[in-house]
Design a protein around this ligand. Structure first.
Ligand SMILES: C[S@@+](CC[C@H](N)C(=O)[O-])C[C@H]1O[C@@H](n2cnc3c(N)ncnc32)[C@H](O)[C@@H]1O
Length: 272
């Protein structure tokens, strides 16, 4: 069963987009940067607001970088971000990862962050990335794995939120625990030299915690709360409790959130 556009993105609202927009190549893709050299061509699939992509363009100039996105509003945002940063060797195009509008063997490197977990058929998406890579080219994947979440304090309302969040994503074809599986997906897609590691993105200061708590609470008002109710997973009162719990969370002394990310490098067979 394929996914609709709405199911891929599940209506990322302003809070979720703001979390993506603070990501940088240096901060979020450090494991991938040693692969990049001036003059290389790079593709960033599912680039969101493009801030990581723009960082790649600065590193490989005069090489060309392309960011692709299924969500038109993200393409527009990414283009505006590139113009603001005055980076001209990057361009952004609307495209579904399953049907990339590029010839085979077009890119020296492909990067994909926080997209594999949104795909019902991750291996099919990665085969398309394989196709557009040059022989010997490298792929870097960063993927979230909710199974590694560290959240304190985790009260009953946040536990219920997490359960509903993962259930709704699964219903839309996502896999909230895909991070750990990326190496296996890459092997199935034909890649070799798969190297996996993992790291935590941890937050303890109230400002950072307010950002992440605001993004999760924001999803409730961006339609996820209604979806939980419509499916009978939560009542109005539960949704209010969840929202209040997210608001309280960053203000709680000793509060801590850490999210697990898996980082994977692999290569396409051929000359290198
Ligand atoms: C969680 S965001 C990650 C954005 C960015 N890569 C980052 O790490 O900040 C996932 C992005 O993948 C895009 N996306 C989801 N399904 C896609 C598909 N089938 N093809 C292309 N992009 C897709 C979404 O629109 C969204 O911008």
């Amino acid at each position: 069963m394929s996914q609709t556009r709405e199911q891929y993105t599940m209506g990322y609202g302003p809070a979720a987009t703001a979390i993506m927009a603070v990501r940088t190549a240096q901060g979020h893709a450090a494991f991938f940067l040693p692969q990049l050299k001036p003059g290389m061509s790079v593709l960033d699939c599912g680039c969101g607001p493009g801030t990581i992509t723009i960082g790649f363009a600065e590193l490989v100039a005069p090489g060309q970088v392309v960011g692709t996105e299924i969500e038109d509003s993200h393409v527009a945002l990414a283009r505006a971000n590139a113009a603001k940063r005055n980076v001209s060797n990057v361009r952004f195009e609307p495209a579904d990862i399953y049907a990339l509008p590029f010839d085979s063997a077009s890119f020296d490197a492909v990067f994909i962050s926080a997209v594999v977990g949104n795909l019902r058929e991750p291996v099919r998406g990665l085969r398309e990335a394989y196709r557009v890579l040059k022989p010997g080219g490298v792929i870097g994947i960063k993927e979230f794995d909710h199974g590694g979440d560290l959240l304190y304090p985790l009260d009953a309302a946040l536990k219920q939120y997490n359960a509903c969040y993962c259930r709704l994503r699964s219903e839309n074809g996502h896999d909230p625990e895909s991070g750990r599986k990326v190496g296996a997906f890459l092997l199935d897609a034909g890649f070799r030299n798969v190297k996996m590691s993992a790291c935590y993105e941890s937050m303890a200061d109230p400002n950072a915690l307010r950002g992440i708590a605001g993004a999760f609470a924001g999803l409730l008002s961006d339609g996820w709360g209604d979806a939980f109710k419509d499916r009978g997973w939560a009542t109005n009162e539960d949704i209010r409790e969840m929202s209040d719990a997210w608001l309280r969370f960053p203000e709680t002394p000793g509060a801590f959130y850490a999210g697990a990310w898996v980082e994977v490098m692999a290569q396409k067979d051929g000359a290198s």
